[in-house]
Design a protein around this ligand. Structure first.
Ligand code: TYM
Length: 334
């Protein structure tokens, strides 16, 4: 049976890159009848790489992230939603996996190389991908829906599963497959200010991203200010026209239209007219999310209950798998 697993850091309200690159697929995948319930994890241990020393903020962001996932359409009756730190097996398995992984491999990870420049280069940041491997392998996951910035990490998880299987002469670890958004190409939503850079929560400029919580007037000024070029037609040419192509891809993905359909729809129209249409579309989509988010945030007890139910369900699977892993590796539970 297939098992979907993915994670998101509770490092702020998700932006449309998180939604189009990952969350949209998460929601679609919870309706696959032939598979086991998908597991979606709020990776608060990963977030500690940037939020150490801010316990109140981390707790609050974890609640807000959970509410965001629910407001986007995750259904706790169909999906297991839980907090990474509530299941200690993640860190235990990360250690076991780190004992069969060379430090050179981690040193070559692109995110490590780029984040080292802007973050404190802690051991946690360096071994971040190991914890991610543990997240995936702990649940013997077969499918991992993510945006394309996570491809290298997923490749590491696949290799690590193979090394584990070879080392312990087993086929216990599954080699998970990458699930990227199809068709419209929103697997990498780019910054609205520097369209050659990925849209990200950590970019200093608020104008580089649209958060799911942005109010209509904010969305309007961000879209109107989005960098395009001095040509006024609407086309998809990411190499030569990255700004407008990014907006086309966002429009396509939000309206479930292919790139071709979007370009046809706006043939003969100016980029300004297109930006207004994109703004109208986003307002409509974000409004649905925002109303739901407000409603959910009024009931903190409900959010905590979702996480607790998710913890119980995830723990059952993690416990069963971890027993076998400990047995294989010569460690033990008691
Ligand atoms: P995080 O929290 O940075 O992002 C969550 C998801 O959003 C996707 N994403 C994007 N997709 C398209 N365009 C963008 N601009 C964009 N920005 C972010 C990410 O690809 C991701 O799918 N390390 C992971 C969390 C994680 C995880 C895991 C994921 C921890 N353990 C196990 C999968 C499996 C992260 O920091 O995602």
């Amino acid at each position: 049976m297939r098992r979907v697993f993915s994670g998101i850091q509770p490092s702020g309200i998700p932006h449309i890159g998180n939604y189009l690159g990952a969350l949209k697929n998460w929601i679609a995948l919870q309706n696959t009848e032939s598979a086991l319930p998908p597991i979606y994890c709020i990776v608060d241990l990963h977030a500690l790489t940037t939020l150490s020393g801010h316990p109140q903020q981390l707790r609050q962001l974890t609640i807000e992230s959970t509410a965001s996932l629910l407001a986007c359409g995750l259904d706790p009756k169909k999906s297991i939603i839980f907090k990474q730190s509530s299941i200690h097996h993640h860190t235990q398995l990360a250690w076991i996996l780190s004992c069969i992984t060379s430090s050179g491999v981690l040193g070559r990870m692109n995110q490590w190389k780029s984040r080292q420049k802007t973050h404190n280069s802690t051991l946690g940041l360096f071994s971040y991908p190991m914890l991610m491997c543990a997240d995936i392998l702990l649940y013997r996951s077969t499918d991992v829906p993510v945006g394309d910035d996570q491809i290298q990490h997923l490749e590491l998880a696949r290799n690590t599963a193979e090394i584990f299987n070879r080392t312990y002469e087993t086929d216990f670890m599954k080699i998970a497959e990458l699930i990227l958004p199809s068709e419209s190409g929103a697997c990498r939503v780019m910054s609205l200010r520097e369209p050659l850079e990925k849209m990200s929560k950590s970019n200093q400029s608020e104008y580089s991203r649209i958060n799911l919580s942005d109010m209509p007037s904010v969305v309007k000024s961000k879209i109107l200010r989005a960098v395009t070029d001095n040509e006024s037609r609407v086309s998809f040419e990411p190499d030569t026209r990255p700004g407008v192509s990014n907006l086309v891809s966002i429009y396509g993905s939000y309206s479930d239209k292919t790139i071709e359909m979007v370009c046809q729809e706006f043939e003969g129209k100016s980029t300004h007219e297109f930006k207004i249409a994109l703004h109208d579309l986003l307002i409509e989509k974000l409004y649905a999310y925002q109303t739901e988010y407000q409603r959910i945030m009024e009931d903190k007890g409900y959010i905590l209950n979702v996480l607790e139910q998710g913890r119980k369900q995830a723990l059952e699977i993690a416990d069963e798998n971890m027993k076998q892993i400990l047995e294989m590796t010569g460690l033990s539970y008691n």
